[in-house]
Design a protein around this ligand. Sequence first.
Ligand SMILES: [Zn+2]
Length: 181
Amino acid sequence: MGRENIDNWHVKKCAKACDGCEEKFQHNQELFSYLFFDEGEYTRQDFCEQCSKKEHPALSTWKTVFIIPPPVEEVVKKENVESLLRKLMAKEDEEDLSAIFILTVMLERKKILVERDTQKTEDLRKLRIYEHKKTGESFMIIDPELKLDELEQVQERVVLLLGGKPRKAAPEALLELEIEK
Ligand SMILES: [Zn+2]
């Protein structure tokens, strides 16, 4: 599989200051996140309320709260599913897309990630945009639109990657997973 779409899925950090007036964000300040698609690349900008009133040609926008994020390592240490997700995303391997998606759904169920929007990529794949509740990062995840028979295989792989045993003792979250038709 090609790597030409690799830029589609990424973790984008929240800016520390407004991309308009450059005023530093305060802890718990309301801000507005914008996702742009420009020259084949996704970029994220964050604006204070005042600057968000200007017109921006954004693809997606959502309101959020700025939090001074804890160091990523601290968040990751506690979270097996999350550390695996970050590891797979950093590898940038198309082969991992399905596992990445399953891990994302698990974190969404744990309310660690919140879905903010869905978009189509240039090659018409479904791109889901999540926000990390503790760090404010945006996670851009390609939905592999798994079929039921593929799902079982991917789930088994994820269980193995998480250090579990296949076919038994699968984490509850995996067994509950449903696929949108
Ligand atoms: Zn501003």
